[in-house]
Ligand binder design. Structure first.
Ligand code: GLV
Length: 327
């Protein structure tokens, strides 16, 4: 008998076919997220879960699946939706989807930097609204991106991929590590200079967030930190919304303590703080960092590969976050 797997949202056909070849697959029949009750009931009796970042996988969810559950293969690189210690305590492996979305997410961070600094969505709205008056040398003046200082907060896979792109724009690269600075004070891969968070906040023209959401990074940028930036600086967030205190961000923008923001993630998705909507100096995207056709297939295949490794081949999944459960 094939192992039972629950897929909580419809994924590309290539991914679903691979899952069906290997598993007795249950798929959310609706074109929406399952309610909590629907999810808990659908999880019952499963050997594996393939959830998205919209599902909270905590002790209750793991217990609802029951003692046969062996693996939760998250369809995201971020896994703040999963209580990994609770899974570990129950002997359940947890995996994520690193690497395949690194470049795609980095591309979007650059897109947000360029869009907000060069006022791209605002210009588009003007053209569509029929209010392109005539060419004017003082019209729609933005800020240069090239040769400015990029301050990366966190320098993991995506942070480094952003640094690589920014180097092509001649940007000066500095970063605040999620941990310690390396010996020599320079990241050997990107060449970015390692500084304290306060120094990065004070020096950066563009701040780009690349830390995971944990208890330590929740509201990493609050009122006190946002008071330390240059008033001409732009904040870019393609990581997780709660890393920024959204209310403090709105207050900083209101007080002209920041020039603008490019945001792909929000504190209470899908809600967006009303103080952000309607501002021309903020570019808003609906959490689409990894949303390309190619990358969404690659993420689905990666999650499926993790499930197949454990449930079919009896091997350690390639992206296991808690390999101790398999020891
Ligand atoms: C998306 O936000 C991800 O973590 O993959």
């Amino acid at each position: 008998m094939k192992p039972k797997v629950l897929l909580t949202r419809r994924l590309p056909a290539k991914v679903v076919d691979l899952l069906k070849e290997n598993f007795e697959l249950s798929v959310n029949p609706y074109d929406r997220a399952l309610t909590r009750e629907e999810f808990l009931s659908a999880a019952r009796g499963m050997d594996g879960l393939l959830p998205l970042l919209t599902e909270r996988i905590d002790g209750e969810a793991l217990d609802a699946a029951g003692p046969g559950l062996k693996i939760v293969a998250n369809h995201a690189v971020g896994f703040n939706n999963i209580d990994v210690p609770a899974a570990t305590a129950r002997g359940v492996a947890v995996t994520n989807t690193p690497d395949v979305l690194t470049d795609t997410t980095a591309d979007l961070a650059l897109a947000l930097m360029l869009a907000v600094a060069r006022r791209v969505p605002e210009g588009d709205r003007i053209c569509r609204g029929g209010s392109f008056p005539e060419w004017n040398p003082q019209f729609m003046l933005g800020a240069d991106v090239h040769h400015k200082t990029l301050g990366l907060i966190g320098l993991g896979r995506v942070g480094r991929a952003v640094a690589k792109r920014a180097a092509g724009f001649g940007m000066k690269l500095i970063y605040a590590p999620h941990g310690e600075c390396p010996q020599g004070g320079v990241d050997p891969v990107s060449g970015a200079k390692c500084l304290s968070l306060d120094e990065v906040l004070a020096q950066a023209d563009f701040l780009s967030l690349h830390v995971p959401l944990t208890e330590e990074t929740h509201h990493l940028l609050g009122a006190a930190e946002l008071a330390k930036t240059k008033p001409s600086a732009f904040l870019i967030n393609t990581a997780r919304g709660p890393v920024v205190d959204e209310q403090a961000l709105v207050e900083a923008l209101d007080a002209n303590r920041l020039a603008g923001a490019g945001l792909d993630v929000f504190e209470n998705e899908p809600q967006i703080h009303p103080g952000l909507v309607g501002r021309d100096n903020v570019v808003l995207l609906p959490h689409v960092g990894s949303a390309t056709a190619e990358t969404r297939i690659a993420m689905g295949i990666k999650a499926a590969t993790n499930l197949i490794a454990l449930l079919i081949k009896g091997e350690e999944p390639p992206d296991c976050l808690n390999p101790q459960v398999l020891a």
